[in-house]
Design a protein around this ligand. Structure first.
Ligand code: 3PG
Length: 307
């Protein structure tokens, strides 16, 4: 059995070593395709792969067509919007993610971005503190929970909205559950986004919603760039000089954001929320174990596509 690790944004070496150990202990072969850049290289590499581990790498119908021997794709991470699930089902390929394995890393980066924003991008002028500020967590999944845990240490007042998470689950963590996104945005000084990119959420963070935030508000996005209605956010930030936007997923309109909103907009050059050795080890090794469990015992825990 051939297991391909196809990561345009590579894992830390220590994580690759851990993945290799799991795969070889099961008697399988590990093939590494890193920083491949062009899709053609991925199409070539998947030809004889029985299993693939990916990150944000795109697995679409063309890749699935080329992967004649493929049985399973594991997205080492949470969001699987980069995999065409219906096409995978049509090709009889099981798709899994590794929920929770990289969430702390993403949550820590959200705070890195928050501190940078409230300290005026570290330009030396007098900034503000997070203590006592109202933090809104938009979606209370694995990352949202870690954000809440860290926010307690900062002494923030914590609110969350999640259409799919029961109020009691949120409130058990000492977080105030609000009834709508609108209420979250109108209540909180800082909103941290943790929603997936779905048909419903794409472009949903728009002018009307963000405009509900109080004066001096900060929006932090370590989720997906697609959830932001960029044209509307640009318009709003033009009208409201008090708003700040921080992200680790470079907007399509990055040049415009950077030119117009210097000092209150920042994006890392590459998506890097989950880019820590710990997150790479956790998610990568979980992916390897899930592949072995699937190929040896047919275990489909964490399957995300229909059969
Ligand atoms: C995820 O969905 O797990 C995160 O967004 C991390 O993505 P990455 O593996 O591309 O860094």
């Amino acid at each position: 059995m051939k297991v391909l690790v196809a990561t345009d944004k590579p894992f830390a070496k220590v994580a690759v070593d851990g993945i290799r150990k799991e795969i070889e202990a099961a008697g399988y072969e590990l093939v590494l395709l890193e920083k491949y850049g062009e899709k053609a290289k991925l199409l070539e590499a998947v030809k004889d792969a029985n299993a693939v581990i990916i990150r944000s790498d795109i697995i679409d119908a063309e890749v699935l067509d080329a992967a004649k021997e493929l049985k399973i794709v594991v997205r080492a991470g949470a969001g699987y919007d980069n995999v065409e699930l219906e096409a995978a089902t049509a090709h009889n390929v099981c798709v899994m993610n590794t929920p929770g394995q990289n969430s702390n890393a993403v949550a820590e980066l959200a705070f890195g971005l928050m501190v940078m924003a409230v300290r005026n991008m570290y330009n030396g002028t007098s900034g503000m503190e997070l203590m006592g500020k109202k933090l809104g967590i938009h979606a209370y999944g694995n990352v949202g929970r870690n954000v809440a845990r860290i926010a307690k240490g900062f002494g923030m007042e914590i609110y969350a909205f999640d259409a799919f998470c029961p109020k009691e689950v949120i409130e058990k963590d000492g977080v105030k559950a609000v009834g709508s996104a609108e209420e979250l945005y109108s209540t909180c000084d800082v909103v941290s986004l943790h929603i997936p990119a779905t048909v419903e959420t794409k472009n949903s963070i728009n002018y009307a919603l963000v405009n509900k935030m109080p004066k001096g508000a900060l929006l932090v996005n370590t989720a997906r760039k697609e959830v932001i209605n960029e044209a509307e956010l640009i318009q709003l930030m033009e009208e409201r000089a008090d708003l700040k936007y921080m992200t680790d997923i470079m907007p399509a309109a990055h040049e415009t954001f950077a030119a117009k909103f210097a000092g209150r907009y920042f994006s890392t050059p590459k998506k890097m929320g989950a880019q820590t050795a710990e997150a790479n080890i956790n998610a990568g090794i979980a992916a390897a174990k899930q592949i072995v469990g699937f190929l040896k015992d047919g275990c489909e825990k964490f399957r995300v596509n229909k059969k």
